[in-house]
Ligand binder design. Structure first.
Ligand SMILES: Cc1cc2nc3c(=O)[nH]c(=O)nc-3n(C[C@H](O)[C@H](O)[C@H](O)COP(=O)(O)OP(=O)(O)OC[C@H]3O[C@@H](n4cnc5c(N)ncnc54)[C@H](O)[C@@H]3O)c2cc1C
Length: 506
């Protein structure tokens, strides 16, 4: 739905086939939405309603038994419109996206329409969905989840590994005196040698996530009173109501290719990770964002097919980073050997008094947008390669490839305060210190793609963006339609022309 709505912004029509008879009204799954992903959703009108409905949190705490080990807070390279994380159930994200789809004449959504076959030739893909005759399309985006039929129809593999330990996840409604924070407990007395994660949600609902043994049986636990006992250890004598629950095993897999001819894989169909880090739905929305402008540019004749190959290059690199980071977390949470368990026990016990041991404790590194610094679309700037070695969760330098930060600004023709990121999403953007027209003209001379230019001195006099992008007087930066910086420090028309050609994969 995100990809379809973003395509519609470029005038590209699409059809969504969904196997289910209707939208799943319950079942929360993804909970933590990252701020830059909320920004993408805001471009299709869904970010703000999700923030308003959800619970904002700024702090994550990690405990070992009764001791608090460390806290995590989140760096903001600019002044973002949204908080670092908002907890809102995936059912609500899907609700708002579906509402936006219903209001968008360029998108058709058909339920009860499982895709069962696809045939490709030089002119398009013929897709069979439900009982209707095959329909022809220019491109296909297979966003049909971890068990993707489209991946199988394309003959692509899904290599990786699965974990044996299970996780029991309950959303319960109860009046509890907890703060709006992510709280991660290693080995609490109420779940010894395993962990529990507690997340706040709106309407006094709490997500409780227990690591349980490989042979855990939820029906048996519930019938025997074990589940109630488990919940009571956290909520005490309070009344509670179970809103949703499920038992999961987690997997780490990446499809053998993200593109096969005119077909692409996105979201869980392309990659799955454990949810400790909220890198699932968040990265799926980022896939859609990366792919939509590229498909739209090719269909509108503004770029060649080579641009579409960079979807796989950029999003595979992102998926690999997500797998590496979430995989390291899982190694700590669910060691795969007795030595691993022993190391975990020793590390946690030492972490109470030893800062170096504390650094080795991994309770999840939360989702961040990937840097396309090594992408063929990025014009590498004059930065120190050492800067790139920042671990997840630390402040990231603003270099080409990175998502452009946000800041309040004055938007032409608008009386209220706008935001820099509102300038993105419909073409390339030139941000200049001084008159941007020379750079816009230089870009237009090389490409028919839409390019808009802004003088940062006029729209953002506070100078936050100029400083973040390290732009000198008369210099310009080129920003991609998805808000990632394509090039900085552009001083003359030929540099702009080269940067836009690079950003279009020419
Ligand atoms: C317990 C849990 C907690 C999680 N928490 C988070 C979190 O906090 N943050 C986060 O970012 N991620 C989280 N995730 C991951 C997140 O839920 C997934 O990454 C996300 O649902 C992937 O979205 P998707 O659209 O790619 O696939 P899905 O949500 O699986 O959607 C695929 C859709 O395709 C449909 N479909 C399947 N086959 C066909 C077919 N042949 N034809 C047509 N339609 C078909 C399905 O019915 C489904 O509606 C969590 C996951 C779990 C299990």
């Amino acid at each position: 739905m995100t990809a379809a709505l973003l395509l519609a912004k470029y005038g590209v029509a699409s059809t969504i086939y969904e196997a289910k008879p209707e939208r799943d009204p319950i079942g929360s799954k993804a909970l933590c939405m990252q701020r830059d992903v909320l920004d993408i959703l805001e471009r299709v009108g869904c970010g703000r309603p999700l923030v308003d409905e959800g619970v904002t949190w700024q702090m994550g705490r990690t405990y070992y038994r009764d001791s608090e080990l460390f806290q995590i807070t989140f760096h903001d390279a600019g002044i973002s419109a949204f908080p670092p994380f908002v907890n809102v159930g995936q059912d609500r994200t899907e609700f708002h996206l579906e509402r936006a789809v219903d209001a968008e004449p360029l998108v058709e959504l058909h339920y009860a329409s499982p895709v069962t076959d696809l045939r490709e030739d030089d002119n398009g893909v013929a897709i069979t969905a439900g009982s209707r005759d095959p329909s022809r399309f220019d491109y296909l985006v297979g966003a049909d989840g971890a068990r993707s039929t489209i991946r199988k129809l394309l003959g692509l593999d899904f290599p990786g590994r699965s974990f044996t330990d299970q996780f029991l996840i309950c959303d319960i409604r109860a009046q509890l005196p907890f703060e709006n924070e992510r709280r991660f407990f290693f080995d609490p007395e109420w779940n010894p040698d395993r962990q529990v994660l507690i997340h706040p949600q709106a309407d006094s609902v709490w997500r409780i996530d227990w690591q349980v043994p490989p042979d855990y049986d939820l029906d048996h636990d519930e019938a025997g009173g074990g589940l109630d006992e488990r919940i009571r250890k956290i909520v005490g004598d309070q009344d509670y109501e179970i809103v949703w629950m499920s038992v999961y095993r987690f997997h780490e897999r990446i499809a053998s290719a993200f593109r096969a001819g005119r077909s692409f894989l996105a979201g869980d169909a392309a990659h799955i990770v454990s949810p400790f880090g909220a890198r699932g739905l968040n990265s799926g929305v980022q896939d859609a964002d990366n792919l939509a402008w590229k498909i739209a540019f090719v269909l509108n004749g503004w770029a060649d097919d080579a641009l579409l190959d960079t979807y796989e290059i950029e999003r595979r690199a992102a998926a690999e980073e997500n797998l590496r980071v979430a995989g390291t977390t899982m190694e700590f949470l669910v060691p795969q050997s007795e030595e691993g368990w022993e190391l975990r026990r020793r590390t946690l016990a030492a972490a109470v008094g030893n800062p170096r041991a504390r650094e080795m404790v991994d309770s999840g590194r939360l989702a961040e947008p990937y840097w396309y610094t090594e992408s063929p679309l990025t014009t590498i700037g004059p930065h120190d390669p050492e800067m790139m070695n920042t671990p997840p969760g630390t402040a990231r330098p603003i270099v080409p490839g990175v998502l452009c930060p946000d800041a309040p600004c004055a938007l032409p023709g608008r009386a209220d305060i706008g935001r820099i990121r509102e300038l993105f999403g419909s073409g390339f953007t030139v941000l200049a210190v001084g008159d941007p027209e020379w750079a816009v003209a230089a870009a237009a001379a090389r490409s028919d793609a839409p390019v808009a230019g802004f003088d940062l001195r006029a729209i953002e006099p506070a100078g936050l963006m100029r400083d973040a992008l390290q732009l000198g007087e008369g210099e310009a930066a080129l920003v991609r339609p998805d808000g990632h910086i394509a090039a900085v420090g552009l001083r003359d028309p030929s540099a702009v022309g080269a940067a836009i050609s690079t950003a279009l994969a020419r």
